[in-house]
Design a protein around this ligand. Structure first.
Ligand SMILES: Nc1ncnc2c1ncn2[C@@H]1O[C@H](COP(=O)(O)OP(=O)(O)OP(=O)(O)O)[C@@H](O)[C@H]1O
Ligand SMILES: [Mg+2]
Length: 511
């Protein structure tokens, strides 16, 4: 009898969602979605931007209440949960946006909600630090619990987020696009942390737009499309092409448009650029109608170079010449002269979250829209509607507030609004971060259209396939210097990685 009960418990999933429905006003974000998770399983959740992945997660964490359906955690069936219940039932989450506080220490962040207490209501700081250390050790990392979070790398901050989620003894860990913000060097560490948790019996829900990660990590994969489950499969029974077809609804044969750029005159010249101890002696040129790729590991200087080109940050020495003239002093001056930067950190630098999509897209285009100082609404509407349909922003209603869009659709607004201006040189820093596979192909097409119009493009990216697919030349950065330049006929991931990691790279996991 006891054996039978045990068998029952073993076969029972950690988590089961049955027929979940959720609407926001007129938008049906989830309809009739079922999903389950077993212990020791990594279950990937994939789908286009706006498919409903984050909404499903928020139902499991109690952030949203479902309109219909049942949530069963460890066999306890509920119609809805609040965040506290969800935590108590063993759910831990790392959301798409980081939630840790940079000015606090690692240990303070990990035990923010339930710090260990001494008598008299005081926080037991020693115990807190020890407990944090134990958790970090368990995950095989050597992060100092007393370090301020702002001094950590993005990769380490990510591990702190996971540790925080585990501090309440989570058995179900949810990771919503954990790799989107990570430099490639930190991916291995993230994956080994996830594998450790799996071996300890945790169930993990893993969301990513990078399908190769799913094949490396996951046991099963569920595809969502337009708020519905398309299929749940064993990862061993599917492949990249199959998953893309299930997500997008059609096969996607050519991710990258043909490489047929015809570079013209030099429009940007960078000579002996040195920046505040982070960038050393950088020299390069960009021509009309070409894509110059910038590769390298996280922190290698790419982003600093991109920002400096539009007048952000301090230039210590060297010369930047744009269209034969001296460097531009601010992003707005640069934009007026036709050089725009689409920044890496779009949440803080690219979007006004509480304003409408229309407002956000029209912002940089006011000079086109507002002739004689009057905002011409029909022109504005045309411009914005075109951008929305060009890069498939969904839902397509321009009056929707930016913060109510899915993560990937927010990114598309920022990319889309600049494509609407009439630039001469566009600098993309991580152009497709968090963007789904179908919309990526759209963005690549738009970039190729820019080069056909004679516009120069700089593309800093940590996704090597994207650089190889789009660039005419790739400059590989290593610790603030250009370690080498590779031309299209010699492109290979091996060669880029070789240049990017040259010299005595880390061997200890604690570096
Ligand atoms: N609070 C909200 N108010 C209104 N609509 C919302 C809200 N949250 C989500 N939505 C809508 O629900 C749908 C699903 O969004 P969700 O964030 O779950 O997508 P996602 O699959 O996580 O996409 P992405 O890959 O871009 O992160 C979208 O149409 C989105 O605009
Ligand atoms: Mg999401």
């Amino acid at each position: 009898m006891a054996d039978m009960m045990n068998a029952n418990r073993l076969s029972q999933p950690l988590l089961a969602l049955k027929n979940i429905d959720k609407s926001f006003g007129g938008i049906h974000a989830l309809s009739g979605v079922s999903f389950d998770l077993k212990d020791g399983e990594i279950h990937a959740l994939v789908g286009e931007n706006g498919a409903g992945k984050s909404t499903l997660i928020k139902i499991i964490t109690g952030a949203y209440t479902p309109d219909k359906g049942i949530i069963a955690i460890n066999g306890t069936e509920l119609n809805s949960l609040n965040p506290e219940q969800s935590r108590r039932l063993g759910v831990g989450v790392v959301y798409q946006e980081f939630n840790i506080l940079p000015e606090l220490t690692v240990a303070e962040n990990i035990f923010l909600e339930a710090p260990p207490m001494q008598r008299f209501g005081l926080i037991d700081m020693k115990a807190r630090s020890n407990m944090a250390k134990q958790l970090l050790d368990r995950l095989g990392t050597c992060i100092d619990p007393n370090e301020l979070v702002k001094n950590l790398t993005v990769g380490e901050q990510q591990i702190v987020e996971i540790t925080k989620a585990l501090a309440t003894n989570a058995r179900i860990l949810i990771l919503d696009e954990p790799s989107a913000v990570l430099p490639s060097r930190d991916l291995d560490r993230l994956f080994s942390v996830i594998k450790t948790l799996k071996s300890e019996g945790c169930g993990i829900i893993y969301i990513s737009h990078r399908l190769n990660e799913i094949f490396e990590l996951a046991d099963r994969v569920t595809v969502l499309k337009d708020g519905q489950t398309v299929v749940t499969k064993d990862v061993s029974e599917t492949n990249n092409t199959d998953l893309v077809r299930l997500m997008v609804g059609r096969p996607l044969t050519d991710m990258y448009p043909p490489a047929d750029n015809k570079p013209g005159e030099v429009i940007l010249e960078v000579n002996n650029l040195n920046i505040e101890g982070t960038v050393f002696d950088v020299n390069f040129q960009v021509r009309e109608g070409e894509v110059v790729g910038l590769a390298g590991l996280g922190g290698c200087g790419r982003t600093t170079v991109c920002r400096t080109l539009v007048g952000l940050g301090k230039l210590v020495s060297g010369k930047i010449k744009y269209m034969g003239k001296p460097a531009l002093r601010s992003p707005s001056q640069a934009a007026k002269a036709g050089m725009v930067l689409i920044p890496e950190d779009r949440k803080t630098h690219g979007l006004v979250l509480n304003q409408s999509m229309r407002f956000n897209m029209a912002l940089p285009n006011l000079s086109q829209i507002g002739r004689w100082g009057v905002l011409q609404h029909t022109v504005e509407k045309q411009i914005v509607d075109k951008a929305i349909s060009d890069i498939q922003i969904r839902p397509s209603n321009p009056e929707i507030t930016a913060e109510n869009l899915s993560g990937g659709n927010q990114q598309k607004i920022v990319v889309g609004k600049w494509l609407l201006t009439n630039p001469k040189l566009v600098i993309f820093d991580e152009p497709t971060r968090g963007i789904d596979v179908g919309a990526k192909a759209e963005i690549y097409m738009r970039i190729r259209e820019l080069t056909h119009r004679g516009i120069g493009v700089i593309m800093a990216s940590s996704e090597l396939p994207e650089l190889i697919g789009m660039a005419d030349r790739i400059l590989v950065f290593h610790e603030g210097r250009i370690a080498g330049e590779i031309s299209r006929e010699n492109f290979s991931e091996e060669e880029i990685m070789h240049l990017a990691t040259a010299t005595n790279e880390e061997s200890s996991p604690c570096n």
